[in-house]
Design a protein around this ligand. Structure first.
Ligand code: TYD
Length: 141
């Protein structure tokens, strides 16, 4: 699971006018994009996310500034630095994620495979661990 969280580098078309980064659903990222939201105005003290999703997959890109994403699958953890506008991180469903250490100019663009559904969020970490234990049990009986 944690090994499925990975950086994706997007194609860029730069010329003397500036940069243009291209992200096509189902081509540059592994899902159809159903939802886009972005987070800005958070600072170094803030920790966002702190949840997992039953169904949604995400790609997160710092289109401006920098932040960090800590991913956790209940067994191991990994920290990704988001600091380039043409590089995103892919997060599969059921991964616990914390976004933090936002620079003042951070704009964190989030692409999602699903429409918003508050019911598919797991916001309690102990419950998440229980869900992941059950998942493991189902996969390796
Ligand atoms: P929240 O999930 O706490 O954001 P983050 O994970 O980035 O810390 O969402 C903040 C609020 O916005 C919460 O009331 C739910 C709402 N929200 C939507 O209505 N639609 C969305 O697509 C998202 C991501 C959040």
């Amino acid at each position: 699971m944690i090994e499925d969280c990975k950086f994706i580098e997007f194609p860029q078309k730069g010329d003397e006018r500036g940069h243009l980064v291209i992200i096509e659903g189902n081509q540059d990222i592994p899902f159809d994009i159903k939802r886009v939201f972005y987070i800005y105005g958070s600072d170094r003290e803030v920790i966002r996310g702190r949840h997992a999703n039953y169904n949604s997959e995400f790609v997160l890109i710092n289109v401006s500034g920098t932040s960090k994403v800590k991913v956790d699958d209940g067994t191991s953890q990994k920290i990704f630095n988001l600091d380039r506008p043409h590089v995103g991180i892919y997060l599969p469903k059921l991964v616990w994620k914390d976004m933090y250490d936002f620079s003042e100019d951070s704009v964190l663009l989030c692409l999602s495979s699903e429409h918003y559904d508050a019911g598919e969020y797991i916001r309690d970490y102990d419950r998440y661990l229980t869900v992941m234990k059950e998942e493991k049990h189902v996969k390796t009986p």
